[in-house]
Design a protein around this ligand. Sequence first.
Ligand code: IMP
Ligand code: MG
Length: 187
Amino acid sequence: MPSLDQDIAKILITREALSRRIVELGETISREYAGKDLLLVCVLKGGFMFLGDLARAMHIPHALDFMAITSYGGARTESSGVVRILMDLNASIENRHVLIVEDIIDTGRTLAYIIENLRTRNPATLKICTLLNKPARREVNVSVDYVGFDIPNEFVVGYGLDYNELYRNLPFVGVLKPELYGGEGSP
Ligand code: IMP
Ligand code: MG
């Protein structure tokens, strides 16, 4: 039977490593937001799996909301810098403690847009939690408060992250075989 695993060149972060790190993040965030009106804002679609595990690793009351963003207009493995809100938050964030939950920060363009947009709505505080961070690719300076893993400059899929809408369901973070997306090292 054909399997998505066959398209993976290597596993970068195993499901066990993801799980351990997310438990740590959940503990840290729970401590730092104890007693506050916390709202986790998940950036769809990539953030959905991380949000699910992070929320379960937290032991303080908190609300959830979702926004959907698209940032790719050009090639599918490069950020176009063009960001569009496809679905906005349901509720007001005014005077609330907002923590943005992202899958990955690459150039930083998407996040810079989201931050600028949410700031105009006057949250009490606005912080960022990202599972993955590619510091080598940063073009826009954004300050990130919680990072799961710094990763090298490779196109990764799995655990919410896609290529062409596939691979989001993989339970690990892996590097896609370059020949599948015409990236580095492809024929
Ligand atoms: P940025 O605007 O360049 O920071 O891009 C952020 C968005 O690009 C993320 O939310 C992802 O949807 C996507 N992205 C960036 N790098 C990768 C990757 O290696 N794999 C899959 N998606 C990625
Ligand atoms: Mg995304």
